[in-house]
Design a protein around this ligand. Structure first.
Ligand code: PMP
Length: 430
């Protein structure tokens, strides 16, 4: 018999899917329905979704649902037949990039896209050394999983020799207004890879450093690190799996805000609004070198249904002007968080980049000692009050608020009012 009670679901999950499958919250949420920025659980309780970036244009967005259904009813195949859908989509997608980024590969996950990007770097440079930050996540293929220090496999193929981690930027504790300190770390890692004989192939970063805790950075902050990578003959790979498709508000792609033109840009999560479609965009010369160096075929990547979903996401972003909404709501959110910081000393820093914003909790503002347990209590109490968000960052003490893009001022007001109540009720000492 199928048990739908939460303890029963947890037991079945462990038995059927294996141990160590993480869930959010001390009291996991069993969601059964979504609409716009709202989710409902099995008991009919409504939650404001302030966290999910995959339903970029809103949960169960009618335009995307309709596009998927219509294409699924007409045709879905692997990608060896000719089909205009993928070409129409890639034309529209690449039009959102600066020259000379004008070719694409579509995949099903961000991990695959990053894996291809690393192979492109190998094909272009003949070298294998990769540089990433020490608090990042780029996905779960064998190679890509090794990039996440927090995720380094307990067993594995010993790929560590090809990787160098540089300290993740932390604008609150390590002032680096022009990105020179970060660039110096990248240069040291390049030198080390070259000395070791492995050689430097690529620097891979999320341009907003979202998993690292989205530090505050001036426009153009990444330029010195990008120049160091280029000078050494390596590629700059920007992982925009989280930061892309207008989320940063000021630009459609976060690397544009950073003032760089990467060699490869990878994307995923929001691209199909929940339908698994991902990919990368690169220059024609890199694509040509990759295609002649590696044989690559992806059965599902860019299939007609995926392309219909992804095209509907672009339509929706455009028609509802959701990038402008991200910029507007983000500014208001930062103001509201600053007002809370006046009231609650536990908020050490407020950060925001379009529709991604948050606050870093500290035990005291002088020592800036991170308060990750406090962040946990706040996240769990918000969940009890029907607000879903999470925490992350170098010190796991930063609220990560990253709602679907149609998030409105009324939604923001509900979030901030509830956060105010929860902060008032949550003592810093447990
Ligand atoms: N890159 C970044 C920055 C991510 O956040 C993620 C997923 N959390 C990935 C890559 C991997 O994407 P996927 O889970 O689709 O493989």
């Amino acid at each position: 018999m199928t048990d739908l009670a939460i303890p029963g679901l947890m037991d079945r999950r462990r038995a059927l899917l294996g141990p160590n499958m993480s869930t959010f919250y001390d009291d996991p949420v069993h969601v059964v329905r979504g609409e716009g920025v709202w989710l409902w659980d099995a008991e009919g309780r409504k939650y404001l979704d302030c966290y999910n970036n995959v339903p970029h244009v809103g949960h169960c967005n009618p335009r995307v649902v309709q596009a998927i259904c219509a294409q699924a009813a007409a045709l879905n195949t692997h990608t060896r037949y000719l089909h205009a859908g993928i070409l129409d989509y890639v034309e529209r997608l690449t039009a959102t990039f600066d020259d000379p980024l004008n070719t694409a590969i579509l995949t099903c996950t961000g991990s695959e896209a990053n894996d291809i990007a690393l192979r492109m770097a190998e094909a272009m440079t003949g070298k294998r050394g990769i540089i990433a930050t020490d608090a990042t996540y780029h996905g779960n293929t064998t190679l890509v999983s090794h990039l996440s220090k927090s995720n380094v496999p307990a067993v594995g193929f010993g790929l560590g020799q090809y990787l160098r981690h540089v300290q993740a930027p932390d604008s609150y504790r390590i002032p680096d207004p022009d990105g020179q300190h970060f660039a110096a770390g990248v240069q040291a890692a390049i030198d080390d890879l070259e000395r070791s004989g492995i050689g430097f192939a690529a620097l891979i970063v999320c341009p907003l450093f979202l998993n690292e805790g989205f530090p505050t950075q001036a426009e153009g902050w990444l330029r010195p690190a990008a120049e160091a990578a280029r000078r050494a003959g390596g590629l700059l790979i920007c992982d925009e799996v989280q930061s892309g498709f207008g989320r940063c508000g000021s630009h459609f792609w976060a690397h544009q805000k950073q003032g760089v033109i990467p060699d490869v840009v990878t994307m995923g999560k929001p691209m199909g609004n929940g339908h698994p479609v991902a990919g990368l965009v690169t220059r024609a010369d890199i694509m040509a070198r990759f295609r002649t160096s590696f044989r690559y075929f992806n059965t599902f990547g860019g299939n007609p249904v995926s392309c219909a979903a992804a095209a509907a996401v672009l339509d929706e972003l455009q028609e509802k002007d959701l990038q402008a909404n991200a910029a507007r709501i983000g500014r208001l959110a930062a103001d509201r968080l600053q007002a809370l910081a006046q009231k609650y000393p536990v908020i050490g820093d407020v950060r925001q980049s379009g529709m991604v914003f948050g606050a870093e909790f500290v035990l005291d503002r002088d020592s800036k000692t991170p308060a990750p347990a406090y962040a946990d209590r706040v996240v769990n109490r918000l969940r009890q009050r029907g607000i879903l968000l999470s925490k992350l960052g170098r010190h796991k003490n930063t609220l990560k608020i990253r709602p679907p893009m149609p998030f409105s001022t009324a939604h923001l007001d509900l979030l901030m009012t509830t956060l105010d109540q929860v902060l008032a009720e949550t003592p810093v000492a447990p």
